[in-house]
Design a protein around this ligand. Structure first.
Ligand code: CA
Length: 536
């Protein structure tokens, strides 16, 4: 009986949860073709709602013409989903092609140093003959010890103004604004490698638009006086059987700090020089004076905070957009754009007032989905849109496929090259698995995992609770009605539970791994029997 079960299970995994073979002849670029350079630009907390190529309420008021160029000349992905919606773990997944429990970087508080002795795409690219560089924000708690020929990163989160950098000689400071400095460094490095007899890969990590949203000197105040449209759910009351959402501490009303986040303060901003502070004060002092006079309360205060948040956030995004434009222009000027694939993404999505929130972490739409835009002249037709379920789990495999080298079988994602060429394999993933761990922590987003298809989402909040949620994404795109347990969804629910179990086995997210976490989990929830299904 058991044997038959495992045979059926194997067939199920192959047919239902399979996301394509690791390597097929069809996906292998022709050996005669020159291998492309790779420029991978990853910003931090950049919501797809704040990229005009994705449309939406902010597209007109805050366009991103340069990032949009990537989609115009290439492909825009509508369903790029992250495995764990938080900074460090997302980057760890990207450089390993593995889920957090496999690369052991599950959150930003536990085990905060990435173990660089493990396999990364960077080292494999080097071995395949690529020149590799990492620049700007990496946020893995340490400095890469191998895999990159060029390292010039911000320590930890880094600062917007006058940032410190760490290179192979040590730490040093540069006067100026992080987004602009990182962009200039990117151009310089590309210039230094453009004529060598090797393809190159540059990982460009922007700090912006991470909290606390300090716009650059060239973008400060650019949205003053402009009314930013509110999302439909700015005043979400968390009805619809959404108990866990109501426990949040990610709301603009409660959790957004007046001084740090929206700059209602008489204190100096940290780290600015005298000239920068003078410019800063010329923008914010009159705003703060008016705020004091207005004496806002309740929903009016929340609306005001939303406007301030958005004006700073979008100004940070405008800086990133200019930087992307400079890189695109420079690649052309340097004569290498024809053989360079440019990828723009963020480490995860972000709430821009939806559900009344800022921040990320949740498996709900705005933080699960991250932007992904790719241009590859001659290979991707201009103006394509892809709706398949892709993931930050797929980036490492894609880079190795571009380098025409072997993709290790222990990597857990799949190369998106066939998708870029407009040919989605028939066995491409139909469901995406997610797991978030950082709780207890500042924002009170409970540990949860779940599965998303193009139609439904099943979420399990665990650790210090046992709550299931089910959303019908077609009928309820804003995820406001948890229909878990409703009789009309009984069949769907049963099928999703089964698929979720299968994905947990497929990705090895069970108690054989990450023993430290599992022990902690077992200790704290031993009274709850709901983990039994893990042990199939
Ligand atoms: Ca982030």
């Amino acid at each position: 009986m058991k044997k038959i079960f495992y045979i059926l299970l194997g067939l199920f995994l192959l047919n239902s949860c399979g996301a394509g073979p690791k390597k097929t002849e069809a996906t292998k670029p022709e050996k005669t073709q020159k291998r492309p350079n790779i420029v991978f630009i990853i910003s931090d907390d950049h919501a797809y709602q704040a990229i005009s190529a994705y449309g939406g309420r902010l597209a007109k008021v805050a366009p991103t013409p340069n990032i949009d160029r990537i989609a115009k000349e290439g492909m825009l992905f509508n369903n790029c989903l992250v495995t764990n919606s938080i900074c460090g773990p997302s980057r760890a997944t990207i450089i390993t092609g593995k889920y957090s429990h496999m690369n052991n970087f599950i959150d930003n508080t536990l085990g905060t140093e990435f173990n660089f002795s493990q396999q990364t795409f960077a080292e494999l690219l080097q071995q395949a003959g690529y020149k590799t560089g990492v620049l700007g924000k990496l946020h893995l708690g340490n400095t890469p010890t191998k895999g990159f020929d060029y390292v010039d990163i911000l320590p930890d989160q880094g600062t917007y103004y006058n940032p410190q950098f760490i290179n192979k000689s040590g730490q040093y400071q540069i006067e100026g604004y992080a987004t602009e400095i990182i962009t200039d460094k990117a151009l310089k490095w590309i210039d230094s490698v453009k004529n060598i007899n090797q393809p190159f890969m540059l990982f460009v990590g922007h700090k912006a638009p991470h909290r606390a949203w300090q716009p650059g000197p060239n973008e400060l105040g650019m949205y003053e006086g402009i009314e930013i449209p509110e999302p439909e759910t700015l005043f979400d009351d968390y009805s619809g059987n959404r108990k866990v959402a109501s426990l949040n501490y990610t709301s603009i009303a409660k959790a957004m700090k007046m001084a740090q986040d929206i700059k209602i303060t008489d204190r100096r901003q940290g780290g600015l020089n005298t000239k920068q502070q003078k410019l800063w004060d010329s923008i914010y002092s009159p705003i703060n004076e008016n705020f004091k006079k207005a004496n806002l309360k309740g929903d009016d205060l929340t609306r005001y905070k939303y406007q301030r948040y958005m004006r700073d956030y979008l100004a940070c995004v405008a800086g990133v957009d200019k930087g992307v434009g400079k890189v695109l222009d420079y690649l052309k000027e340097a004569g290498v754009d024809e053989n360079t694939i440019v990828i723009y993404t963020s480490d995860q999505g972000f709430y821009l007032g939806e559900h009344g929130w800022f921040d990320k972490r949740w498996m709900y739409k705005e933080s699960l989905k991250t932007p992904l835009l790719v241009k590859w002249p001659g290979k991707i037709k201009a103006g394509q849109v892809n709706n398949d379920l892709v993931s930050n789990l797929d980036f490492a495999e894609t880079f190795l496929d571009l380098a025409q080298t072997t993709i290790p079988t222990d990597m857990q994602g799949n190369s998106i090259i066939p998708l870029l060429k407009g040919k989605t394999p028939s066995d491409w993933r139909k469901a995406h698995y997610y797991h978030y761990y950082e709780h207890p922590s500042e924002h009170d987003v409970r540990r949860h995992y779940g599965i998303t298809t193009d139609r439904y989402k099943l979420i399990h909040f665990y650790y210090d609770m046992d709550v299931w949620e089910l959303y019908d994404l077609k009928k309820d795109p804003n995820e406001l009605q948890n229909v878990y347990g409703k009789p009309e969804y009984a069949n769907v629910q049963k099928k999703l539970h089964k698929e979720l179990e299968m994905l947990r086995i497929k990705y090895k997210d069970n108690d054989n791994l990450n023993q430290k976490f599992i022990n902690e989990y077992n200790e704290k929830v031993k009274k709850n029997p709901h983990i039994e299904y893990w042990k199939l």
